[in-house]
Design a protein around this ligand. Structure first.
Ligand SMILES: [Zn+2]
Length: 127
């Protein structure tokens, strides 16, 4: 992910590992630490320790603050969403490889479509 200059002219932008950026994107998408751990096939403590390292790098006390700081630092793009069909489509549109969260969201979306086709019910994109 491209990291722009700090909008507030503060300290240097910390360099984050891809997993740390993904952790932020998943938090921003509303996932809990437990859900992130499950998606990664990690123990919850493993996901938590990534979160701790991330919060330290961002100087944030909570996950909520970490997401906010990441937006301020332009690590997260607030105009984009991840983890669902729309996020997946946005990656495709930009010619990017979709991130893991968006691939997962797309799979859930397709499962929902298939289920809807089978039962003739309305589309339910929740798995
Ligand atoms: Zn994505």
């Amino acid at each position: 992910m491209q990291v722009g200059p700090s909008p507030h002219g503060g300290g240097p932008i910390p360099s984050l590992a891809p997993r740390e950026v993904e952790y932020l994107e998943r938090l921003a998408g509303g996932q809990t630490v437990q859900e992130i751990a499950r998606a990664w096939h990690y123990e919850e403590s493993g996901a938590r320790s990534i979160g701790e390292r991330l919060r330290k790098k961002l100087g944030a006390k909570t996950n909520t603050q970490a997401v906010f700081v990441a937006v301020q630092m332009r690590i997260l793009d607030p105009t984009r969403r991840h983890g669902d069909h729309a996020g997946f489509a946005a990656h495709r549109y930009r010619g990017e490889e979709p991130c893991e969260a968006c691939r997962e969201g797309e799979r859930a979306y397709r499962r929902g479509l298939r289920a809807a086709r089978k039962t003739g019910s309305r589309i339910n994109i929740r798995p």
